[in-house]
Design a protein around this ligand. Structure first.
Ligand code: SF4
Length: 258
């Protein structure tokens, strides 16, 4: 494959390719949202692990990666090391399927095959470095198939510095999708019912006991702790949007706030 030799270390080359393949607007937004560190390469192990982990932790959400086999091997290895209890979907490619557009068709076929509403609320498809550099247009995937939402994101190591920003990319894409659903009509109510007090959505992952402590601090102010974003299931996104205020616990969340 001519894509061999392109990896985390070739950030600027891949970036140039992405700009030429129609992704310059996306990269400009990343540059605005996520300041680079001391160099234009990933500042951590593959940043896409952040968004992959968010998807893997959500109930009834399937994840599909599109990228070089070595990247996908590393990502799936680490996700299982950290206790992911489900498979990670992978759509492989070669130089021919990448340049002819067949890779996009293969991704589309895979989401159609996977979209079983009995099993999933959503499928997250992630373009890693090489498909992003080649401009594989995930935005052209259907928004939903058989009632299963399809969320396509680009999470390249050139543009997304660490796991934290990658989590923001996916949380932001999901919130954006959920907001459109709310605007279009009634959506599922929160599992435990709606709080009788205004809620504060908590932006950024935290330890399970933290929301309880934060809730105790908010109670005297007549407020309640809302969902933690990234959420653990799709319907929590609606509650997160239906909040009185947002507390950004981590500083990396920009797309989610938008
Ligand atoms: S997808 Fe991740 S592992 Fe692969 S080249 Fe990009 S940053 Fe590196």
């Amino acid at each position: 494959m001519p894509v061999d030799g392109l990896g985390c270390h070739s950030g600027s080359e891949l970036k140039k390719a992405a700009e030429l393949s129609g992704n310059s607007e996306l990269l400009a937004q990343f540059a605005k949202d996520y300041p680079q560190g001391p160099h234009d390469k990933p500042q951590s192990m593959c940043p896409a692990f952040g968004s992959l982990r968010v998807g893997l932790r959500m109930r009834r959400v399937a994840t599909v990666l599109s990228g070089s086999a070595c990247c996908v091997y590393g990502l799936t290895f680490v996700s299982h090391f950290y206790g992911a209890r489900r498979s990670v979907g992978y759509v492989p490619f070669n130089s021919e399927t990448l340049v002819t557009g067949k890779l996009f068709e293969d991704i589309r076929d895979s989401v159609h095959e996977l979209a079983d509403p009995d099993l999933y609320d959503a499928i997250v498809v992630t373009n890693l470095c090489v498909p992003t550099a080649s401009g594989v247009p995930l935005r052209l995937l259907p928004d939903e198939i058989n009632g299963v939402r399809i969320v396509g994101i680009d999470v390249p190591g050139f543009g997304i510095p660490t796991h934290a920003e990658a989590k923001d990319v996916l949380a932001g894409a999901m919130l954006n999708y959920a907001r459109k659903e709310i605007e279009a009509g009634p959506v599922a109510a929160p599992q435990g019912g709606k709080s009788d007090r205004p809620t504060v959505s908590l932006l950024g992952e935290m330890f399970p006991a933290d929301p309880v402590m934060i809730g105790a601090m908010l109670a005297p102010m007549g407020l309640a702790a809302g969902p933690v974003v990234p959420t653990r299931e799709w319907r929590e996104l609606y509650s997160a949007l239906d909040c009185g205020a947002v507390a950004a616990i981590h500083p990396f969340y920009t797309a989610a706030i938008r």
